[in-house]
Design a protein around this ligand. Structure first.
Ligand code: GLA
Length: 387
């Protein structure tokens, strides 16, 4: 995406003056799904696609004039309006502005125009890209950049919780803020320690296949999954008052089995997936250190199976894409992100790539009447000011 494109719209839709331009990426996640809000590990990386915004203080006390370039939609609102704007995209701006204010940034009225090339609803975190991009801009324009990167991550997450109805974890905002070109990041979501993992698999590549089934987390069963996990933790805590159980990270397989009957099969299966997924992330790290990509792939398939059968966040189209990957000899394939639609992430040997893509397109088209979209993964940088 070009700065000039965003700038020309910013100038046209407001008073002809320019502002500053910021960019933040979407993300992929190699493995570690639905583990972030369970205190587990995740393994994301930023992508080369995201959101770009031009922003400028407009001299008013609290009037925001916002233009969504891709939607050709203009919304003006006041930060002091307790309800905020209705348009879902504008709620990200309203929410992050109020969250940044809570962090001590004296946000006043501003103009903003933004555009994106991260596909919406594909499970690549277009919403986190918006939150971190706007946070980065507000921090720069009004806050002398005094808010730390971690606080911006948390402000993005709080925006989802408080204004958008999604009780998400911290993976997406973390990846968008901290991303680094060429590197995946292994994050411990409990301690928030992380390390950069250079990712250049020799002879393999990562590709996303987008089912184009719109994934929508707001008001969705996403929050139900989280509630199930918290319910299991509550029961384990009640059985073991001597211990401290904050998330499933603190629970063992034995403890989970102890509460199986009382929490019921649905919650049990969900928690079982999470415990397994925590171990799989560590398994992937080990396999990467040994250059064992076949092992990485095997674990990805296991994750898909768990997300589909136990966590129940897949859909027919994603399972179909996963089956095609298996048939084509793809090393690893699984649903990526929250689920309920969106993409599969595939680790493919270079020599199989062409056939895989052609087969997936053809078979998917035969069955669903359209091809999946194909995104080759390029791991890019996190939030930044462009000019
Ligand atoms: C969404 C959420 C994240 C994470 C993933 C699943 O992307 O925003 O916090 O829970 O789903 O891993």
């Amino acid at each position: 995406m070009e700065i000039d494109f965003v700038r020309s719209r910013f100038i046209k839709h407001f008073d002809g003056k320019t502002g500053n331009v910021y960019a933040s990426p979407g993300r992929i996640n190699l493995i570690g799904e639905h583990t972030d809000y369970n205190g587990g590990f995740v393994f994301p990386g930023a992508v080369d696609k995201g959101i770009m915004a031009e922003m400028r203080a407009n001299g008013t006390e609290d009037t925001v004039m916002a233009y969504a370039i891709d939607l050709k939609d203009r919304v003006d609102f006041k930060l002091s309006d307790p309800d905020g704007p209705r348009a879902s995209w504008a709620r990200y701006i309203y929410g992050i502005a109020l969250e940044m204010k809570k962090l001590g940034v004296p946000v006043k009225g501003f103009n903003i125009a933004f555009a994106g090339d991260v596909p919406l609803g594909a499970g690549m975190s277009s919403s986190a890209a918006m939150e971190s991009c706007f946070a980065c801009g507000l921090n720069d324009i009004f806050g002398e950049n005094k808010v730390s990167q971690w606080d911006m991550v948390l402000a993005g997450q709080a925006t989802e919780h408080n204004y958008c109805g999604v009780n998400c974890g911290i993976m997406d905002q973390f990846a968008s803020v901290f991303g680094k070109a060429g590197c995946l990041m292994r994050l411990d979501c409990r301690s928030r320690e992380f390390e950069y993992f250079p990712f250049k698999p020799d002879g393999y590549r990562l590709v996303l296949l987008d089912s184009v089934v719109k994934h929508q987390l707001a008001g969705s069963p996403y929050n139900d999954r989280r509630n199930s996990c918290e319910n299991v933790v509550k029961h384990i805590q009640a059985k073991h008052p001597e211990g401290k159980f904050e998330t499933l990270r603190d629970c063992t397989w034995e403890q989970l089995d102890e509460v199986r009957a009382e929490v019921g099969e649905e919650d049990y299966k969900r928690a079982k997936f999470v415990l397994g997924e925590k171990d799989r992330v560590l398994g992937v790290c080990e396999a990467l250190n040994e250059g064992d990509y076949e092992k990485v792939g095997e674990l990805m398939y296991q994750t898909h199976e768990g997300l589909s059968k136990d966590y129940e966040v897949s859909c027919e189209e994603l399972d179909f894409l996963n089956d095609i990957a298996k048939e084509c000899g793809v090393t690893g394939s699984r649903i990526m992100g929250g689920g309920f639609g969106g993409c599969t992430i595939n680790l493919v040997r270079n020599d199989l790539y062409k056939n895989f893509i052609a087969t997936a397109k053809q078979k998917f088209n035969d069955k669903y009447g359209h091809e999946p979209k194909v995104y080759d993964v390029v791991i890019g940088d996190g939030s930044r000011k462009l000019c």
